[in-house]
Design a protein around this ligand. Sequence first.
Ligand code: ADP
Length: 165
Amino acid sequence: MRIALYPGSFDPVTNGHLDIIERSAKMVDRLVVGVLVNSSKCPLFSMDERVRMISDLTRHYANVEVAAFEGLTVDFAREINAGIIVRGLRAVTDFDYELQLAQTNKVMAPDVDTMFLATNLKYSYLSSSTVKEVFRYDGDIHMFVPELVQSMMKMKLEKQPDALG
Ligand code: ADP
């Protein structure tokens, strides 16, 4: 059974992430989307909220599941028996960091390989931080994230007006 882990902060999940999930899920038997607990000191969404939103948005894929994790990605990959770590590459700016990460992981866990998927051209500019920045200034984010994420962002700001700084 081919198991892959797609780790990230997903704060929030964007159409770019969902595209990587859809494409990589077709290549493996089981895809675990791993939500990093301590990715940033003050994420917009709690770990539970991020897990919930990704679970809702991927429930139509029979082989995709979502889990939170803390610590090293390779340790979590081993825990779930994943032999593949999936990462997305948007531009050359991602490359240095991603290559360094993949090589470090390979040294720590030679049995786990990183698989890079090139971003869908439609989403090559897209990042969670851009979405938050646009939303912060009342911009329209419907091209960047699903409706569920938009409404969770609206609710978050209604409850916590200073959530985006
Ligand atoms: P991290 O904090 O681990 O970089 P992110 O949630 O920002 O977490 O991203 C998780 C992964 O998804 C990374 O490999 C990132 O390069 C990739 N990714 C993010 N946005 C896109 C996009 N628009 N298209 C393709 N891959 C993306």
